[in-house]
Design a protein around this ligand. Structure first.
Ligand SMILES: Nc1ncnc2c1ncn2[C@@H]1O[C@H](COP(=O)(O)OP(=O)(O)OP(=O)(O)O)[C@@H](O)[C@H]1O
Length: 228
């Protein structure tokens, strides 16, 4: 499903240069769930951003199915992201002036769906995260946990092949965090969605079947079967 090889990324130049990724390779099978862990600054978010085509790598290859992410230009990348990828971040990035359902509809409309179809899919996704009753609420009227659940609905409404989640529970208390993790797992079971989760929280990482540990821009450990 996802194959990456020899990924490198350096920020800045000369004395200011930070090598965030050093020849990183990674393969994720369809429906696989993996957590990327490691100390602050080791390159976790950079890896997620590069894999999702949000930031260019300096070198290396990324394939999602038979699509070469590394060869695409920004406009084509945006189309690929809309079609095949979902993103959830620590800060929910909901549009404040739109209702929950309008937020969820936004990427569907951008991907070319008709309004009626986008409305139907958005409602279905909000039902899945247990927030159909809040569909007309604006983000300011939602708790942190509810906001993140709307963000998850937005990320999965188009049924992407892969969901990239960067510290999705970072701003939540442990109860809301467990609920969000449960939802990500549900999306995986329900739709076979592949999940790559970045977290500094080992307890959350242990919930997933595979843990990838980074240190100083490299993958230093890749363990499977630690749970269940
Ligand atoms: N836009 C940027 N410009 C310059 N340096 C950057 C930029 N983004 C990241 N870095 C540097 O690259 C390295 C990797 O950062 P990254 O955010 O990927 O780490 P991380 O493991 O996700 O950290 P954290 O757990 O603290 O979020 C760090 O040294 C960081 O300071």
């Amino acid at each position: 499903m996802l194959r990456a090889s020899q990924l490198s990324k350096t920020y800045g130049t000369g004395n200011e240069a930070t090598r965030a990724l050093r020849e990183v390779g990674l393969t994720l099978g369809k429906g696989e769930m993996a957590a990327v862990t490691g100390p602050s600054g080791c390159g976790k978010s950079t890896l997620l951003h590069v894999l999702g085509g949000l930031e260019p790598a300096d070198g290396g290859e990324i394939w999602i199915g038979d699509e070469a992410v590394h060869r695409r230009r920004e406009k084509e990348l945006a189309a690929l992201r809309l079609k095949r990828m979902g993103f959830v971040f620590q800060a929910y990035h909901l549009v404040p002036v739109l209702s929950a359902e309008e937020n969820v509809q936004l990427p569907l409309l951008a991907a070319g769906m008709t309004r009626r179809e986008a409305e139907r899919k958005a409602l279905e996704a909000l039902e899945l995260v247990g927030l159909a009753g809040k569909r007309r609420s604006r983000p300011s009227a939602l708790s942190g946990g509810q906001s993140q659940r709307v963000a998850i609905a937005r990320a999965v409404a188009g049924k992407p092949d892969i969901l990239f989640a960067d510290e999705p529970t970072g701003a939540l208390d442990s109860e809301a965090a467990d609920q969000v993790m449960g939802l990500l797992e549900l999306m995986n079971r329900q739709y076979g969605m592949t999940l790559l989760l970045v977290t500094h929280d080992d307890r959350l990482a242990q919930r997933l079947p595979r843990q990838i540990r980074m240190f100083n821009g490299r993958i230093v450990e890749d363990r499977e079967g630690a749970t269940c």
